[in-house]
Design a binder for this molecule. Sequence first.
Ligand SMILES: Cc1ncc(COP(=O)(O)O)c(C=O)c1O
Length: 395
Amino acid sequence: MAMESKPSGALSKRLENVPASVMFEFADRIRVLQEQGINITDLSLGQPEVPAPGHIARALQRALEKPILSYTSAAGSQELRSLIANKLSQESGREVTVSQVIVTCGSKHALFITLLSLLDPGDEIIVHEPYFPPYAEIAGLTGAKLTTVPVAVNSETGFSLDVDEMIAAVTSKTKVILVNYPNNPAGWTLDGGKIKRLADFCMSRGIYFVSDEIYDKIVFDGKVHTHAWEYSDQSRHVIELGSFSKTYSMVPYRLGFIVAKDGVCSELLKTQRATITMVSPYIQAAGSAALKGPQDFVAQRLRKYEERRDKCVELLSKQNIRVAKPEGAFYLFVKMPDKVNVAKFALDFLEEEHIALLPGEIFGIRWRNYVRMSFATPDENLYPAIERFSKRYGN
Ligand SMILES: Cc1ncc(COP(=O)(O)O)c(C=O)c1O
């Protein structure tokens, strides 16, 4: 007679490796205050404050008018993949073919697919700290060990990634090195020399170099972003992730992509099929419109972010608050005086001033003395908030 197993109610061991998402807990508190009718100036979330350009929304509406009755390709539509391939071929100077592109539900999902497909329990993944919090959550789900390497801080030049320290953290179990540049939250970016060194090292050691470049169009001071793909050579070890969220204000559309060599793509597609099947073809039509259409929105946004970066740094420095000038993305990562309990400061600031910013520990415990503020916030809310912050700084 078959034994009846008693359900214990326990959830998977894998979930025990996933840190609680403090970022979303904070977001929930903001929502509760907003539901009470309180007007919150929200510098905590990384999303553009304007909607996607009209031609993108209209492309979605038009697509909806022509119903599609079947599942479509798991990798994405031929049109969108070829537009992404053209974009990256042009920008990196290294050819990308359509078969090397997978369209995903945002770049977070691209990251999930990539890490779940690459990592086994017991493997190690190295990432810089501070880092985008879902890196730890997704690594936790795979059962791999996350090793973090702190970025360097210099009071004159700001934050920078020491590639040699990343390399020094490699062990025989390291399977992935993950970098994000331009960086959320610290605003540093990488030049070709550093990217090449990391890519060459990874390729020579058979380690996967996963590069999260979702802020590739938000690089300041006239600099041009260098893609990791440029250094991918014939090797299967470079994987680049991108997104429509920040560049085209398409956060709620959930659209991103993975670019990897053919043999890797065909494997990653197994995880795509096992999870979402494919990205909605309607949303993909909007993505095609974004890449095919006028790009002046992207340039305007960049100018706006750069103007705000400069003004915020100026406002803070007038109050003797030093902050590294971000080279890209749209965040200020500000060191608070040592005596301040920053998690409490952020909560009090929210409750009393109705301004939300994020405590640095969300991006790695070593950064508990920092706060992150997003300047993807309308000027009329942003500048008064920075002034309120300056007044309370240190208290
Ligand atoms: C570094 C980084 N990677 C990935 C993401 C995820 O973006 P999405 O899933 O909207 O493409 C974000 C969002 O803030 C981010 O900052």
